[in-house]
Design a protein around this ligand. Structure first.
Ligand code: NAD
Length: 245
C-alpha cells in the first residue's frame, strides 16, 4: 500500500524538491502551501503526470484551526500520515538589538510553534494510535553553530534540535522516529538576498567547494523516512558540504 507524506511549505524551494522526490518514490503527497497557490498548483499538475495521488492544501501553520484542517484533509484524502516533514520556515537578517517584539514573535510562531503544533496535531490525530511514523524537522547549520545577524532564526532552529531529541525519546516507544535535517547554504528564495560576493565568500569556506541545491536536502529527507533509517531517531544530519563538521 502507498504511504502518505505531508510536507509543510512545499510549493517552492527545499519543500518542493522533497515533494518531487517522495512522488517519484510513489508516496501519496500532500503539498501544504500558505501564500503560493499558483506554485503549488503548478507543482501538483507536474507531479500528477506520474503519480495520481498528489494533493495541495492551504494552511498557515501559525493558525491552529488551519493546521487541524490540513491534517483532517490529509487523512480524508489519503487515509494515513506515515511521514511528516516540517519544512515551512522564514528567516530574517537583522541585528538582534534591532529586532522588534513583533518580528521575534513572528519567527517563533512559524519556525518553532508552527512545527510544534503541526507535529502535535499529526501525533494526536493519527501516529500515536497507529504506533508508526517518521517525522523529519528542518533545522539549519545556524541552529548548530549560531549565526550573527540571524539570532532569532538561529534560536528557533536550535530549539527544533532540542524538540527533535526530546520528542524522539518520548515517542520512540510508540515506534515513531523523529529526526532533524540541518542544511548548510542552499540556493532558494530564502537565500536570494545574498550578494554574489557573499555567496562566493561562503563557498570559499566549504570543503566540497559548492553551495548546496535543494536535491542535496531532499535525498536526506527521503532516506530518513525510509526503512533503511529504521534504527535512526533523535539525530541531526547536516548536509552542508563539510562547512560544519
Ligand atoms: P523558501 O522560502 O523557498 O521556502 C519556505 C516555505 O515555507 C515557503 O513555501 C513558504 O511559503 C513556507 N511558509 C512560510 N511561512 C509559512 C506559514 N506560516 N505557513 C505555511 N507555510 C509557510 O525557503 P527554503 O530555503 O526552501 O526553506 C525551507 C526550510 O529549510 C526552512 O525551514 C528553512 O529554514 C530551512 N533551511 C533553509 C536553508 C537555505 O539555505 N535555503 C538552510 C537551512 C535551513
Amino acid at each position: 500500500m502507498k504511504k502518505t507524506v505531508l510536507i509543510t511549505g512545499a510549493a517552492k524551494g527545499i519543500g518542493r524538491a522533497i515533494a518531487i522526490k517522495f512522488s517519484k518514490l510513489d508516496y501519496k503527497v500532500v503539498i501544504n502551501y500558505n501564500k503560493s497557490y499558483e506554485l503549488a498548483k503548478q507543482l501538483q499538475s507536474e507531479l500528477l503526470k506520474e503519480n495520481k495521488d498528489i494533493y495541495i492544501c492551504k494552511a498557515d501553520i501559525t493558525k491552529k484551526e488551519e493546521i487541524e484542517n490540513l491534517v483532517n484533509f490529509t487523512l480524508e484524502k489519503c487515509g494515513s500520515i506515515d511521514v511528516l516533514v516540517n519544512n515551512a520556515g522564514i528567516s530574517k537578517a537583522n541585528l538582534f538589538i534591532e529586532d522588534s517584539i513583533d518580528e521575534m514573535n513572528e519567527i517563533i510562531a512559524v519556525n518553532l510553534m508552527g512545527t510544534l503544533n503541526v507535529t502535535q496535531t499529526v501525533l494526536k490525530k493519527y501516529m500515536i494510535n497507529k504506533k508508526d511514523g517518521a517525522i523529519i524537522n528542518l533545522s539549519s547549520i545556524w541552529g548548530i553553530t549560531g549565526a550573527s545577524c540571524e539570532v532569532m532564526y538561529s534560536t528557533t532552529k536550535a530549539a527544533i534540535i532540542g524538540f527533535t531529541k526530546s520528542l524522539a525519546k518520548e515517542i520512540g516507544p510508540s515506534n515513531i522516529r523523529v529526526n532533524t535535517v540541518a542544511p548548510g547554504f542552499i540556493m532558494t528564495d530564502m537565500t536570494s538576498n545574498y550578494t554574489q560576493e557573499e555567496i562566493n565568500d561562503f563557498k570559499s569556506k566549504i570543503p566540497l567547494d559548492r553551495v548546496g541545491n535543494t536535491d542535496d536536502i531532499a535525498g536526506v529527507v527521503t532516506f530518513l523516512a525510509s526503512d533503511d533509517a529504521s534504527y535512526i531517531t533523535g539525530q541531526v544530519i547536516s548536509p552542508n558540504g563539510g562547512v560544519v563538521i
